[in-house]
Design a protein around this ligand. Structure first.
Ligand SMILES: C[S@@+](CC[C@H](N)C(=O)[O-])C[C@H]1O[C@@H](n2cnc3c(N)ncnc32)[C@H](O)[C@@H]1O
Length: 232
């Protein structure tokens, strides 16, 4: 088998096209379907190592004269890939779980926030399904809180994920999120009973919310992406 169904098709395609990882094809598909990144966008890429999403994000900024920027954050140090990236891309080594909104905002152009936030963060998978899913929810909740700011609990009291994971948003006193009004958010989750609750939560904050399992996702993986468009 040598087509898109063969086990290492996306790996070989990534090598052929100069992407540092097969994950590039996940963002390429998301971008093709939802057109989240436009020329001049300011993009925050959470969990950016080894840098394939940085490459795809930069490709979608358009010509350098259009401006825009991509800031990648990861607990690992990441060298900006030379292919498909230009001077608009930079990386920061930090743990997103302890990154304050003010610190994230300071990374954005003129400290005005980002127009797109991507989170492909994933815990080091232990193989214990419930533990991995819970860690993935914590990372997802952190990305939501960084993006949209303090969650107003009285309005969300029927949402059990908010109760379950609200403590993840606690340490940050800053009420405002770092995603600009009208902005877009993508978050990876490992599928479990709680993920629909995150979809429900995001429906209150965004104009359109969808789920996508990209073709480049390995068949054994439980990953699924929440795509949120147009922050109210
Ligand atoms: C699947 S990889 C991302 C792949 C990347 N999108 C690409 O295309 O090259 C997930 C990344 O999330 C990072 N990560 C996990 N937890 C994190 C955290 N708390 N803060 C920052 N990065 C984190 C991991 O270090 C890992 O590099």
């Amino acid at each position: 088998m040598s087509g898109a169904g063969s086990p290492d098709f996306f790996y070989r395609e990534a090598q052929r096209l100069g992407y540092v990882a097969r994950s590039a094809f996940k963002l390429l598909q998301i971008q093709k379907q939802f057109k989240l990144i436009t020329p001049g966008s300011s993009v925050l890429d959470l969990g950016c190592a080894p840098g394939a999403w940085l490459q795809v994000a930069c490709q979608n900024l358009g010509p350098i004269e259009k401006g825009g920027s991509v800031v990648g954050v990861d607990v690992k140090r990441v060298k900006v890939p030379s292919a498909h990236c230009d001077s608009r891309v930079r990386t920061v080594c930090a743990d997103v779980m302890s990154l304050l909104k003010g610190q994230a905002r300071a990374l954005s152009p003129q400290e005005r926030g980002f127009s797109v936030i991507l989170s492909d963060m994933c815990p080091a998978v232990s193989g214990i399904t419930t533990k991995d899913a819970a860690l993935s929810c914590e990372l997802g909740m952190r990305a939501i809180s960084l993006a949209v700011g303090k969650l107003n609990t009285p309005n969300l009291s029927d949402n059990t994920v908010v109760e379950k994971f609200l403590s993840i948003t606690d340490p940050d006193p800053d009420e405002d999120g770092v995603l600009r009004r009208g902005g877009n958010l993508v978050i990876k989750f490992l599928e479990n009973e709680d993920v629909q609750g995150f979809g429900k939560l995001c429906k209150l904050k965004f104009k359109n919310v969808s789920w996508l399992r990209p073709k480049a996702t390995r068949s054994c993986s439980k990953e699924i992406y929440l795509i949120c468009q147009g922050l109210r």
